[in-house]
Design a protein around this ligand. Sequence first.
Ligand SMILES: Cc1cc2nc3c(=O)[nH]c(=O)nc-3n(C[C@H](O)[C@H](O)[C@H](O)COP(=O)(O)OP(=O)(O)OC[C@H]3O[C@@H](n4cnc5c(N)ncnc54)[C@H](O)[C@@H]3O)c2cc1C
Length: 498
Amino acid sequence: MALASTDAPDRADRQRALLAALKPHLPPESLVWREAQLAPFECDGFTAMRERPLAVALPATEDELVAVLKAAHRLGVPIVPRGAGTGLSGGAMPHALGLSLALSKFNRVLAIDPLARTARVQCGVRNLAISEAAAAHGLYYAPDPSSQIACTIGGNVSENAGGVHCLKYGLTLHNVIGLKGYTVDGEPIELGSMAGAIDTAGPDLLALAIGSEGLLMVVTEVLVRLTPKPALARCLLASFDAVTKAGEAVAALIAAGLTPAGLEMMDKPMTAAVEAFVHAGYDLNAAAILLCESDGEPASVEAELAQMRAVLERCGATRIEVSRDEAERLRFWSGRKNAFPASGRLSPDYLCMDASIPRRRLAEMLQRIEAMQGEWGLRCANVFHAGDGNLHPLILFDAKDPDQIRRAEGFGAAILETAVAMGGTVTGEHGVGVEKLGSMCVQFSAEELKAFHGVKAAWDPSGHLNPGKAIPLLNRCAEGGKLWVRGGVLPHPELERF
Ligand SMILES: Cc1cc2nc3c(=O)[nH]c(=O)nc-3n(C[C@H](O)[C@H](O)[C@H](O)COP(=O)(O)OP(=O)(O)OC[C@H]3O[C@@H](n4cnc5c(N)ncnc54)[C@H](O)[C@@H]3O)c2cc1C
């Protein structure tokens, strides 16, 4: 019986049928279904939308995983893969009539090969745990999302996660060599080369799977590239008396042929919030600060820092400080890494946006966001992976006020539309999930969206793997007009300028 059919029984019946099908394959502690137990799984880091699934399965072995997939598939039950649930766009938000597949028990580092500089790890291994396991060999895993203490490599692969060091060392996509996993109906798949070959024949399905937000396959194993730890890293802090000058300095650094190991930007409201939280030593008088890192051999680091300093001074930096030792470098970065939690000090709630624009338009975008604050009547703090052109405006609001929720969502959508109009994209690293479905209608044409649905159907003909995420249905775009947001279509004064 396919439970997803229209004349299907109600939730309790569906749950009973699903549990009966799964219980023979899982120990009791690996199947969660009582209401109180389901509460921690009802959302990810995008807390604005929540659902309770019929059940959560926590398989610990491949045999258990395959049995779960096959049983759910026989019943036509939607499956939502889940890593650590730190995603910020609702990708792991459960399906109300589905099964959440929590992969946290797939948490073993299977092999470190210091000669090939690779690590073979299960999907539930935390990002930071890979670097910890490789440290004894002088190696580390370079992509470093700020959530790296908690997020899993399976989640990183599915979101193509970035981090402060991705400007120089690449995103997840550039650091994954092979993937193993299963289709929604439990058939094994291997992509790229789990043996570490640099290229494979045929179209690059590995690249297609990375960033596919759990829509194409369940990842179980990942072969990642490891990077030698640099002999030295030093972080430069530069202050500016205008955010636009900081934005122009970012473009100037890259134009000068420099590739900093990290190039991040924070505006005044953001530095004030993190300074009170972690005392990183930031200049509280600055309108914006840049964190700019150089790493490598000591002589080249000193030379690069001198070049960076010259460019930043030319761009009007009002104060420049360089970390004197490793403890100070880590203190400088602690502020940036704690930016999201520190935002809790600014307002009861915040909406963390994620868009990418060409670097050269950074200063212009910052001016537009400043203007939008007045238009939408809400404040916004800014923290950016500036070197990548990846913006994270944090829109501050109070979720107790429905009008503020509506305005926050409208403000967020206007930022994404502005990014698209500037030649950017609606996501830089957090994915589309459920959060940005409406904005996808703005970035892509109907033909492009149909092609995305075609790819999904080729991998998952039943459509049961993480349905309703990442790719909007065409009728949803049509119904929403140019832009759909939760709660209705909103006017976007900012758009009239384009
Ligand atoms: C404080 C904070 C800071 C953050 N900083 C960054 C940052 O700097 N850079 C960045 O890129 N992101 C950042 N994020 C977002 C988030 O941490 C990343 O998207 C991360 O990759 C999600 O990993 P996860 O294990 O938590 O995945 P989840 O949130 O559990 O899942 C994310 C998506 O991946 C799918 N998925 C998970 N595991 C699998 C699997 N094994 N097989 C198939 N699909 C799977 C899910 O279905 C979902 O669509 C941050 C989040 C927080 C809360």
